[in-house]
Design a protein around this ligand. Structure first.
Ligand SMILES: Cc1cc2nc3c(=O)[nH]c(=O)nc-3n(C[C@H](O)[C@H](O)[C@H](O)COP(=O)(O)OP(=O)(O)OC[C@H]3O[C@@H](n4cnc5c(N)ncnc54)[C@H](O)[C@@H]3O)c2cc1C
Length: 414
């Protein structure tokens, strides 16, 4: 194996893979390093939505009543471990402040170029990787059984329409036509039609890896903790020995902050754990779209392995033992909504969303080191933002005009 590269990319999640591909497209030699398999960590378990319609990122509640209901620790959308709260407190305080209506709007505007380009950039990679069979262009529907909630969702829709979001308002009859096997008394839904759905997120990562290797890229197991500035570049130890690169990209998802911290970059990265489990549909029941059940706060996504039910957020230590209470409480509710049969896996999968307190990813160069780049902190939207993040890093690295102003994503903001 060659030992010297133009660029080392650490982390073969969907963000690292897309970044490696976009750098490689600029004619550079790239080595991708991960401690495990490609796409096997957080990128394995998401709801598979390339979320063109998510203009406003998930904010911290602002109303006292809502904050108190979170503290009750019984909500389906968010749970926390008391023992993790102390260490998460500085993150949560910053997150709460950044979620004020004014700052939330600023954040949405700062993230808009990433959202606007997320589909086009992914589709370039999907086509090049021959992975079209993993993509459904069916959008997703947010549905409710509650007429008052439906009124609110219609208002929410009006706030995102100016940002180019396309959607169809669906009444009970229309919903039944789209999803004939849903048994819940749905009053209506908003069908966001632009987003795409990945039917097996890890397979997409594997397809991106195959493309990377076909184009001459090398993937090797190694530990990012061994990274070291060396000469005028960087050195990392891999199972095939030490390798060097002129540039290095940290794309380590929820592990990024601790590695960046060893180099003197301190990012208050929060962790929102999430769970999923697949279920076989009963008989000939079919789910045609990815659904968000707004009453019970879960996603149901038709995937190759079955119907994937995903949960909301759990604030807990990243490496603490799984506590799939949300999953366990959601399961009977999901069963009462769609005829789910037996679970495919013995236990729910768990992963950790890497979250910045201002809800924007960290994309850009490290100011204290030559040739150091960051691509992490994509929270609820790492699949969505992966390709567009890769493009931005690659453009900055090769000195091209960037497709958007990268200033809001720089690491120095912390
Ligand atoms: C339940 C759930 C649902 C979600 N739904 C969606 C969705 O529908 N749409 C969406 O856009 N996003 C969604 N997300 C978020 C999305 O999955 C993440 O933002 C995204 O996967 C992060 O990708 P990543 O490449 O940054 O991190 P990861 O996929 O975690 O990759 C990081 C890589 O770094 C490697 N690594 C770590 N430490 C080391 C080390 N020391 N040495 C070498 N390698 C190391 C890991 O092995 C891993 O492969 C969801 C998340 C969850 C949990």
């Amino acid at each position: 194996m060659q030992k010297n590269y133009d660029c080392l990319v650490l982390g073969a999640g969907i963000v690292g893979l897309a970044t490696a591909l976009k750098i490689q497209e600029r004619g550079r030699s790239v080595l991708l390093v991960d401690k495990g398999e490609a796409g096997a960590a957080t990128s394995y378990g998401n709801a598979g939505i390339i979320e063109r319609s998510s203009i406003f990122p998930h904010a911290f509640p602002q109303q006292l009543g809502e904050i108190l209901s979170v503290i009750g620790n019984k909500r389906l959308d968010v749970r926390f471990h008391w023992n993790a709260l102390m260490s998460a407190a500085p993150f949560l305080y910053r997150y709460w402040r950044a979620s004020s209506p004014e700052r939330h709007l600023e954040t949405a505007k700062a993230a808009l170029p990433l959202i606007e380009n997320c589909m086009a950039e992914h589709m370039l990679l999907v086509e090049a990787a021959g992975a079209q069979h993993l993509i459904r262009q069916t959008g997703w529907l947010k549905f409710t059984r509650n007429p008052e909630k439906m009124e609110k969702y219609l208002k929410d829709l009006e706030t995102v329409k100016p940002y180019g979001v396309k959607a169809e308002v669906v009444d009970a009859k229309g919903f039944a036509l789209k999803e004939p096997h849903i048994t819940a008394p749905v009053v209506g839904a908003v069908h966001y039609t632009d987003p795409a759905n990945v039917t097996d997120p890890q397979e997409l990562s594997r397809a991106y890896l195959r493309l990377f290797e076909q184009r001459g890229g090398v993937f090797v197991k190694g530990d990012a903790r061994s990274m070291d500035p060396s000469g005028d570049g960087w050195r990392v130890d891999t199972v095939q020995g030490a390798v060097t690169g002129r540039e290095i990209v940290l794309a380590l998802g929820p592990w990024s902050a601790e590695i960046a911290g060893t180099l003197g970059y301190h990012v208050p990265l929060g962790i929102k754990r999430g769970y999923h489990r697949h279920y076989r549909p009963v008989g000939n029941a079919v789910l045609n779209h990815t659904l968000y059940d707004a009453d019970y706060s879960y996603c149901a996504a038709p995937m190759l392995k079955g119907v994937r039910i995903t949960t909301g957020a759990e604030f807990a230590f990243r490496d603490g033992p799984p506590t799939p209470d949300q999953m366990n409480e959601i399961e009977p509710l999901a069963r009462s909504t769609f005829p789910l049969g037996e679970a495919v896996e013995a236990d729910p999968w768990m992963g950790s969303r890497p979250c910045t307190p201002d809800m924007l990813p960290v994309i850009g160069r490290g100011s204290k080191h030559k040739g150091l780049w960051f691509a992490f902190g994509h929270s609820h939207h790492g699949l969505t933002h992966a390709a567009v993040t890769g493009r931005l890093v690659a453009e900055m690295m090769s000195g091209e005009k960037t497709f958007c102003d990268p200033t809001p994503y720089r690491i120095e903001r912390f």
